[in-house]
Design a protein around this ligand. Structure first.
Ligand code: FES
Length: 110
């Protein structure tokens, strides 16, 4: 399914944007897109440690150095490009990929 998630400009404030889908009643899905080093990646917003959303605040998905995706619950650090946990309670596990593509200024679900 191809659908527009957001605009590149929506990532300027924090480098990330959360998008929530409610495709049918009771079926809530949260994903987030991040821009880093000129590439845009998307992941399902569910930590492999305890299956909680990674963020406590809107569109906040990076650690203070902005070199890793951070799970705010128990401080798991994830490689931005691969989604693999490199430090924390789920080291070696990965975020679920959510494929995205960029078309003009729009970020689309691939
Ligand atoms: S839920 Fe993410 S580190 Fe525990």
């Amino acid at each position: 399914m191809t659908r527009e998630l957001c605009q590149l400009a929506d990532l300027e404030a924090t480098g990330a944007k959360e998008i929530v889908f409610i495709d049918e009643p009771g079926a809530r899905t949260s994903v987030f897109v991040v821009k880093h080093g000129g590439t845009v990646r998307g992941y399902v917003n569910s930590c492999p440690h305890a299956r909680l959303p990674l963020n406590f605040r809107d569109d906040q998905f990076f650690d203070v150095t902005k070199q890793y995706i951070l799970c705010a619950n128990h401080a798991a650090y994830f490689d931005i490009q691969t989604g693999q946990c490199v430090r924390g309670p789920c080291k070696g596990k990965s975020l679920q990929d959510f494929p995205v593509t960029v078309s003009g200024q729009a970020i689309l679900q691939a």
